[in-house]
Ligand binder design. Structure first.
Ligand code: NAD
Length: 258
């Protein structure tokens, strides 16, 4: 394992579970001081324990990513305690319910947009000034294959993730000359607690999704998290404003030979 994040300070949101937890573990194993943020206190404690057991260092923070007060306080805290921010993985998200547009509860739509899209705007709004003061950095925002497709029943989710893609491009354009690289990650079907909950809610959709994936399986969270860590690492130094799709071929869009 390399130590390419040694001495670096990294923020991961949604770090109490799934993709965020694995990314936090990987950043820490490569030498970073990790700030792990989530609304799930128990999940955060679990992540901190896993990192500590492996010899890494993590500070946990209970943060609602949709709250400007929470995000501004978190970044102020990181600035005060660590004095810098080198990478941020804005990853927390929810799927919301599955309903046709005409049946989609408007409050639920607003909630999904807040947690998935407003959060990425707020995150970058407060991360960028600290990164500029640190002399540069890298940001990865979690989108989804739903940033490229139109999954029936998931209007709020797809709208939020298309929005993350757009925000990422704007942030990349505005900050490339300041030494800050901004990219997005588009996971496909990933076997995390979020997907397990969704599969229970909609088993037919889960079965259809697995059959339609060329790899014929979902991703393990680490397979997806590793791509986010790579985007934030020096190995991706010339990758700017891209959305890296990690989906087992789900969005290839062709047909297999019979
Ligand atoms: P997960 O449910 O395992 O983890 C998401 C974490 O985000 C949880 O710990 C949750 O507590 C946290 N969170 C939710 N709302 C929050 C809030 N308001 N403030 C702070 N934290 C909050 O899910 P996951 O699959 O690891 O998802 C991570 C990201 O990946 C999400 O943005 C999701 O949309 C995206 N994604 C997941 C898949 C998949 O198949 N699992 C596919 C595409 C995209």
């Amino acid at each position: 394992m390399t130590d390419d994040f040694k001495g670096k300070v990294v923020l991961v949101t949604g770090a109490g579970s799934g993709i965020g937890r694995h990314a936090a573990q990987t950043f820490a194993s490569r030498g970073a001081l990790v700030y792990a943020a989530d609304v799930n206190e128990q999940g955060l404690a679990g992540t901190q324990e896993l990192i500590a057991k492996a010899g890494g260092t993590a500070t946990v923070a209970w943060v609602d990513v949709a709250s400007e007060d929470d995000i501004s306080a978190l970044l102020a805290r990181i600035g005060k305690e660590a004095g810098r921010l080198d990478a941020a993985f804005n990853n927390a998200g929810i799927t919301g319910g599955t309903h046709r547009i005409e049946d989609y509860p408007t409050d639920d739509f607003d909630k999904v947009l807040s947690v998935n899209l407003r959060s990425v705007f707020l995150g970058m709004k407060y991360e960028l000034p600290l990164m500029k003061r640190s002399g540069g950095g890298a940001i990865c925002n979690t989108a989804s294959v739903a940033a490229l497709t139109g999954p029936g029943g998931m209007s709020a989710y797809a709208a939020s993730k298309h929005g993350v893609h757009g925000l990422t491009r704007v942030a990349a354009m505005e900050n490339a000359a300041h030494g800050i690289r901004v990219n997005a990650l588009a996971p496909g079907w990933t076997e995390t607690p979020m997907v397990a909950a969704n599969s229970i809610q909609n088993p037919a959709f889960a079965q259809l999704a697995r059959t339609a994936i060329p790899a014929k399986r979902g991703a393990q969270p680490a397979e997806v998290a590793d791509a986010a860590v790579w985007l934030c690492s020096p190995a991706a130094s010339y990758v700017i404003g891209q959305m890296l799709v990690v989906d087992g071929g789900m969005t290839i869009g062709g047909f297999e030979l019979p």
